[in-house]
Design a protein around this ligand. Sequence first.
Ligand code: NAD
Length: 484
Amino acid sequence: MSTPMSERDPVTRSQAYFAGAWRDTPASFEVVHPGNLESIGAVADCTPEDARRAIDAAQAALRGWRAVNPYERGQVLRRWHDLMFAHKEQLARLMTLEMGKPISETRGEVHYAASFVEWCAEEASRIVGERVPMRLSHKRGFSNAEPVGVVYAVTPWNFPAGMITRKAAPALAAGCVMILKPAEQSPMTALYLAELWLAAGGPPDTLQVLPTSDPAALSAPMLDDTRVRKLTFTGSTAVGRLLYTQAARTIKRVSLELGGHAPFLVFGDADLERATREIVASKFRNAGQTCISTNRVYVQREVAGELTRLLGEQTGRLTLGDPLLDSTQVGPVVEQAGLDKVRAQVEDALSRGARAVVGGQATGGLYFQPTVLTDVAPDSLILHEETFGPVAPVVVFDTEEEALSLANASEYGLAAYAYTRDLSRAWRVAEALEYGIVGINDGVPSAAAPNVPFGGMKNSGVGREGGHWGLDEYLETKFISLGL
Ligand code: NAD
C-alpha cells in the first residue's frame, strides 16, 4: 500500500480527478477560509464537457468494478478507511480551513466519515439474494441484488467528508461507481478523499470528483444522461426539489437528504441539567450549521424559567473564535449569506417582541455570538425557516398536545427531540412526532452512526443513509426465474 502525501501540505490539491487522470482546467475558483476570509487556494472549475467525459469514464469503470469479488471490494474500502485515519490531522485541518468548523469537531468528523467506510467494507460481502418459492414445481426463483450503476452525488459543505462517505462507501461496496460534485465551499476535502481512494487501490474512475463554480451547468448532462442511473443529493430543500424534477426526465433512482427544522421538547418532569447540556451540544456544534441541529426549543411552562436560565448560562460560557484553535467551541458561519440570514432572523424575532437572554450580535467577519432568545412570537421567521446558525429560540407550552402540534407544524421532518421521565409519554411523543429521527432523552442523536437509518420525512427528503437501508439505495432487485 502506498503512503502518499505524507509530507505535503493537504491544501495543495487543486486538480480535478476525472477520465483517468488528475486534470487542470482552463478556469479555477478560489476557496476562502471563513475564519479570516483569506483564500486558501484555487481548484479546477469543471465544465459540462468535463462532466460528459466523466460519464463515459464511469460507464467503462463500472464494468470492471461491479465484477470485482465483493470481498476484494471490501478490502479496498478497508484500506481507504485506514488511510483516512493515517491522514486524520490533514483532513481535519483541511475541513476547518475550508468551512470553518472548529478543529476539535473536524477531528471527530474524520472518525464519523471513516466509520461509514469501515461498516460498508464489512457489508460488501454480505449483500445476498433470496430464493423465492415458486408455485410450479419445475421452476426456481431468485431475487438478486445488483449494483444500480453510475451514481451522481451532490454534497454540501457542512460535513465535507461525512456527507461524501455516507454516499460513496455504500455505493462502492455495492459495486456502483460514483461521480461526485462537491460543494463550492469545500472541494479540497473531496479531492483529498479521492486521492486516498486511489491510494487504497480504488480502480481509476470508480470515484471521480469534479469541483465547479457552476453546479447547475455541470449537473445538466448528469441528469439528462440515461447512463447515470442514480442521483444522491444532500443539501437544501430548494435545490433538492429542483434536482428531483430534473432527474425525473430519465427516471433515475433518487435519494435526497434535505433541510431540517428540529424541535426540542422539554417537559415539566425532564432532567433539566441534562436537557440543557444536550440542547447546547445539538444547537451550537458546527455553529448550528447541521441539518439535525435543534432549531426550536419548546419548554413546559412550569420549568420554562429554570431551563431558560440554565440555557443562557451554558450558552454564555461557549468560546467563540478561531476554528483552528483547540479551545474554540463555536467558529464562524460558512459565508456572508449565512451570516445575513442569521442576523435577519434574530432582528425579525426581536422586532416581534423577543428578548436576547445571551448573545444576539455579529462580532465581525463571519462570527455570530451563541444566542438564546426568549418570548419569541409564533410568527417569527426563526420558528419556521432553517436558521443554520448559533441561535436557540425558546417558546413556552402548556400541554403535551400543544407541544406536539407546535413541533409538527413544519414543512420539515428530519430530526426531533423530547425530554421527559415519563415512559408512557416518551412512547406517545416518539410515535406522534412526524420526523425521520427522534431522540428521546437523547439530544445528540446516535442517528449519526453508520449502522442506523438517517433521513427525513416531508420536505426533508427521500430515502435513508446508513445501515442496510443506506446500502439498499445502491442496489437493484432483479428477479431471475429458471425453468428446470
Ligand atoms: P445547497 O442546496 O445550497 O447546496 C448543496 C449542493 O447543491 C452543493 O454541492 C451545491 O453546489 C449544489 N447545488 C446548488 N445549486 C445547484 C443546482 N442548481 N444544480 C445542481 N446542484 C446545485 O445546500 P448547502 O447550503 O450546501 O447545505 C446546507 C443545506 O443542506 C441545509 O439545508 C441542510 O439542512 C442540508 N443538509 C441536509 C442533510 C441531511 O442529511 N438531511 C445533511 C447536511 C446538510
